[in-house]
Design a protein around this ligand. Structure first.
Ligand code: HEC
Length: 238
């Protein structure tokens, strides 16, 4: 069902993740709640307190669809792989939910303890910054590869790719399924993910694929690493 939604969006020309745009709602609301609660405390303006409360409420509610879309994106784009930033996000998201719930309970009181509220909203801002940071790590970490002895490895990668893969993936592309070109593949985000795909490839919809699996005998890990390096560095820039 999830895949048909992405397929439908793709047909309409939208191929990006759904989670990222949605995050603006909770993040913006948390910042708004923090700013209004801070002003209410600093200026002693109690008329600003309900604004902070409304922002907190909307932040809390919007957390659920945002997390849901995040999980869908994760399954679709990363195949549900347990990458480190994902684990951090799965830890931080419920933490943020609890923090916002505490803020909402504090805000319900007639005599709000403004200092305590500002403290918890600060925690909320920090937690959401953490969520944003690990989201960025997830999307952009493919640019941060360890510096290995590059030229030799890249040449090996180009050779291994030409030998094992280029018959089906000329120039890193995919004539069978043009939208699934290895040079843009989501598996490139992480070497372990790429390796496990090469050892046991599958189609996105779980059906059988024409792509053969490459065992350690056929393609040792060092060669997979060289191919990975080659794909990330060389082919992607074209
Ligand atoms: C016999 C043809 C064939 C060979 C050989 C082959 N592939 Fe593939 N590959 C495919 C097909 C077909 C797909 C699309 C998967 C599917 O069916 O959904 C694919 C998909 C991929 C993907 C995933 C793209 C995505 O967006 O999900 C990667 C990465 C990939 N191949 C890398 C390689 C590498 C690296 C090699 C060489 C070690 C290789 N392939 C060899 C046919 C092949």
């Amino acid at each position: 069902m999830i895949e048909s939604l992405y397929a439908f969006l793709g047909e309409m020309g939208y191929t990006h993740p759904l989670h990222a745009p949605m995050t603006h709602l909770p993040l913006g609301m948390i910042l708004g709640a923090f700013i209004f609660a801070l002003l209410a405390r600093l200026l002693g303006r109690s008329s600003l307190a309900p604004t902070a409360r409304h922002c907190t409420g909307l932040a809390f509610i919007s957390l659920f669809p945002t997390a849901g879309l995040g999980i869908m994106d994760w399954l679709h784009f990363y195949g549900g792989a347990w990458l480190f930033p994902i684990r951090m996000k799965i830890l931080l998201a419920p933490t943020l939910g609890v923090i916002l719930l505490i803020c909402l309970l504090l805000e319900r009181r007639v005599n709000v303890m403004r200092r305590t509220l500002v403290f918890f909203l600060t925690l909320g801002v920090v937690t959401s910054a953490g969520l944003g940071y690990f989201g960025g790590e997830l999307v952009f970490s493919r640019h941060k590869l360890p510096e290995l002895e590059s030229s030799k490895l890249e040449r090996e990668g180009a050779e291994a790719f030409a030998r094992m893969c280029a018959s089906c993936h000329p120039r890193g592309e995919n004539p069978f399924k043009p939208e699934l070109a290895p040079r843009n593949a989501p598996q490139l985000v992480d070497f372990e993910l790429f390796l496990s795909y090469i050892r046991n490839p599958s189609a996105r919809d779980g059906s059988n694929t024409v792509m053969p699996s490459f065992s350690e005998d056929r393609l040792p890990e060092a060669e997979v690493r060289a191919i990975y390096r080659y794909l990330v560095r060389e082919a992607k820039g074209r």
